[in-house]
Design a protein around this ligand. Structure first.
Ligand SMILES: *Cc1c(COP(=O)(O)O)cnc(C)c1O
Length: 454
């Protein structure tokens, strides 16, 4: 066994194509028009999303070529490193071999630019002058702000209010890149005003921020609407992660028995897992894929599979997926990126078909894992990433109990340098560990439209 700790690739090893797992899943469930409930037309999707991205969204081709200018920008930080977590293994006294692929080396410190850069590129290509989007914890907003600046586009970002207040430096970062960042719900849109009228102190949700961004995009055809997760094309863009990781595991002369990723909208999981999933489907590799979500927003473990909207004002098309209901508002956990009521339809399908498992982890347990990881490996994980670290540690401890040596690969989606206020609260014992009540959940679930309960 090769005992190196860091597995580095060359620029030539950056993939030339994105992998589209929709090709492996058979006939996709149609996306439905929010107005009519009938399958949506391409033209309708193109009203807000750039046409080349709509093509990818609806495609069942196995791969998409990565445009040269996008791959050139990727070279700034890709290939990202993959490490063996030796010190963590020793601290856990586990026979497991733990690896992590680190996406925190991108300019904004997370995986999000893998999709923000191509989305800015395609919008520029079709003549848009600016981008509008929503963001939870601010990772996607800062990635869009940076990508827009690279392609000479404006950027307007609606940031979930609770995160806007908890993470002022994410907002400052967006502004440094030249973007405008609004706290959501905002008085700038009808969707925002409706929420504020009911509750002026509303904490906001990703669903509400989405409604606001979409409303702005519908009103201004020069602006391209972009999404940071869930959609098929976003999942495809992120597969550069898993494709590189497969090469790096070869360098390590190893192959993962278990791959773990954090689960918000599902793009990290998709990016890391889908290349391995294709290996499993086409070559019969025996591998477990695990989605680690917060108990505070348990989409995969307590949600329903149904057609639902992705936003609170019901402007987005209806997709078939796991959902907690578009009215669900999670408790204000700090892992702001994992607050979506819904999930990528492709991840949902993988879970439904038994190709991927889901676990829900508590916030305190995640921060405990994050602190241990920081002390042993030197990297402070983003709170979202800490969910995957927690689930991986639990698997490694199980290996210890059972005396089994398994290879565990973690998708470490970003660093936590903008989340230190949450780490500070955790250390001081002031971080809540909320779980939605049955009533909170029922309220959300009852907002799932009846039209086509799957
Ligand atoms: C956005 C984000 C996530 C969660 O979103 P997914 O689409 O589920 O990956 C996880 N980690 C980091 C660092 C993020 O920025």
């Amino acid at each position: 066994m090769n005992e190196r700790v860091k597995y580095t690739l060359n620029e030539d090893d950056i993939p030339y194509t994105w992998l589209n797992i929709a090709a492996d899943f058979g006939e996709p469930a149609p996306i439905l028009d929010p107005a009519t409930g009938a399958p949506i037309t391409r033209a309708e999707l193109c009203r807000t999303i750039a046409e080349p991205l709509v093509d990818q969204e609806l495609s069942t081709e196995p791969e998409f070529e990565i445009p040269g200018p996008v791959r050139d920008i990727y070279r700034q930080w890709r290939p990202t490193p993959l490490y063996r977590a030796r010190r963590l293994e020793i601290a856990l006294d586990t026979p497991a071999r733990i690896y992590y692929k680190y996406e925190g080396v991108s300019p904004v410190g997370s995986l999000k630019p893998n999709s923000a850069v191509p989305q800015a590129y395609y919008n520029k290509q079709i003549g848009k002058t600016g981008l509008v989007t929503e963001t939870g914890a601010g990772q996607w907003g800062s990635s869009i702000a940076s990508a827009a600046a690279m392609f000479g586009l404006t950027a307007q970002v609606f940031m979930v209010g609770v995160s806007y207040r908890q993470k002022p430096y994410r907002r400052a970062l967006m502004e440094a890149y030249g973007a405008v960042c609004n706290s959501s719900p905002s008085p700038l849109t009808a969707a925002g005003r409706a929420v504020l009228a009911e509750d002026p102190d509303h904490p906001g949700s990703l669903g509400i921020a989405k409604s606001e961004a979409l409303e702005v995009a519908y009103a201004n055809p020069d602006l391209g609407y972009t999404r940071g997760s869930s959609l098929n094309h976003v999942c495809a863009h992120q597969t550069v992660i898993g494709q590189e990781a497969m090469l790096q595991m070869e360098l390590a002369e190893d192959y993962p028995d278990i791959v773990v990723g954090p689960c918000g909208g599902g793009s990290t999981l998709a990016g890391m897992c889908f290349p391995f999933l294709r290996d499993k489907l086409r070559r019969g590799r025996d591998i477990r894929l695990i989605a680690a979500e917060p108990v505070a927003c348990p989409t995969l473990t307590r949600g329903r599979i149904a057609y639902d909207h992705s936003d609170a004002a019901r402007l987005t098309p209806l997709s078939r997926m796991h959902t907690l209901g578009h009215k669900f508002v999670p408790p204000p956990v700090h892992a702001g990126g994992l607050r979506a009521h819904d999930i990528s339809p492709l991840i949902s399908r993988a879970v439904e078909n038994g190709l991927m498992e889901a676990v829900a982890v508590r916030q305190h347990a995640c921060f405990e894992a994050g602190v241990l990881f920081a002390r042993e490996e030197g990297i402070v994980p983003a709170p979202e990433s800490a969910h995957a670290v927690r689930a991986a540690i639990d698997e490694a401890l199980r290996c210890r109990e059972q005396g089994q040596s398994k290879a565990i690969l973690i998708a470490l989606s970003g660093h936590g340098h903008f989340d230190l206020a949450a780490y500070e609260k955790f250390q001081a014992g002031l971080l809540p560990d909320d779980e939605p009540s049955d009533e909170d959940l029922e309220l959300g679930l009852s907002s799932i439209p009846d039209l086509a309960r799957a």
